[in-house]
Design a protein around this ligand. Sequence first.
Ligand code: DAH
Length: 341
Amino acid sequence: MNRFEEIRQQFLEEAKERVDSQSIYELRKAYLDRKIGKVNALMKEMRSIPKEDKAAFGQGVNALKDWVLEQLTEMESKARAAELQRRYEREKIDVTVPGKEIKRGKLHPITQMKEQMVNVFAGMGFEIYEGSEIENDYYNFTALNTPMDHPARDMQDTFYLSPEFLLRTQTSAGQIHVMEQEKPPIKILSPGKVFRSDDDATHSPMFSQMEGLVVDKGITLCDLQGMLDEFVQQIYGEGTHTRLRPSFFPFTEPSVEVDVSCFACGGKGCKLCKGTGWIEILGAGVVNKKVLENCGIDSDVYSGFAFGIGIERAAMLKYGINNIKLLFESDLRVLDQIDDM
Ligand code: DAH
C-alpha cells in the first residue's frame, strides 16, 4: 500500500509544473507506458507478492492506474483549452484597422487621347475602320498617288518586310481599303499604329495616327474646317479654332496643314506655340481625284476630304510632355499624372 501512495505523491509532485500538452504527454509516458511506465512496472512485482495478497495488490494497481488516468485527462483538457485560448489571442483580427489602399490603374495617355478623339468623331457619325499594320506597296503608296519614283516617298522612311510587304507608314492606307469596299457616302475614322525609320525626341519608330475620310456628293474644304473646329474645341477647349495653311500630300489636292490656336496662351504667343499663337496638329486635304478613281469612285460625281492626326503629338501637346519616349517607357511617375477621361 505504501508503494502505491509513494507513486501517487511522486506523480502529484511531477505534475505540478506541467501545463503544456507536450510535458503532460511525457508525464503520461513515464507512468502509463506499457514498457517503461511506473504504474505498469508495478505489475512485474506481482511475482514476489504472496499468493493471498495478489488480488488486493492487483486491485491497488488498477485503482492507481485509474487515478493517474483521471489526473492526466483533466490536465490535458486544461492544457488544450489554454492553448486554444492563446491561439485565439494570437490570431485575433482587428476588423477596425483601416484596409491597405489598392492602387487603381488608368488608361495609358495615348489610349486616353485616342478615345477622346474617337468619341468626338463618333458623335459626328463616323464609323471605325481598324485596318492592318502590314500593308503592301500598293495600298501604302501607289494607290495613294505615290508611284515608285514619286519624290513624296522620301518623306517617309519605310520598314520593308519583303519586296512586297511593309509596315504601314500611315493610316492613310486604310482609305484605299474602305473606298474599294464601300460606296459613298463614306464617313470613317481609322486609328492605329504606324511605323517609320525615325527616332528622336519627337519621333518614334512606332507611333499612332488617326485617319479620317469623308466621301459624298459636294464635299468641300469648308466641311473639313467646320468639322475640325468642332473637334479642336472638344479636345483642346472652347474658344480654340483652326487655321489652314497650304501644304502638299500626294493623295490630296489641295492639301493643307492644320493649326489650332494656342490653347495655352489663347493665341497671344507663349513657349508652347513658340510665340506664334498657333500649333500645327494635322495634315489634311481634299481627296485627290486620282485616288478616288484608283478605287473606282466617279470623281465627277463624288468628292471627299481626308485628314491624318498624330495621336502621340496631340497627347504631348495636351499634357505638356516634351519627349515622346516618356509615352513608351511605362514610368508610373509620368503615367500617374495623366487622368483625362
Ligand atoms: N498620311 C499623312 C502623314 O502621315 C497625314 C495625312 C495628310 C493624312 C493629309 C491625310 C491627309 O488623310 O489628307 O503624314
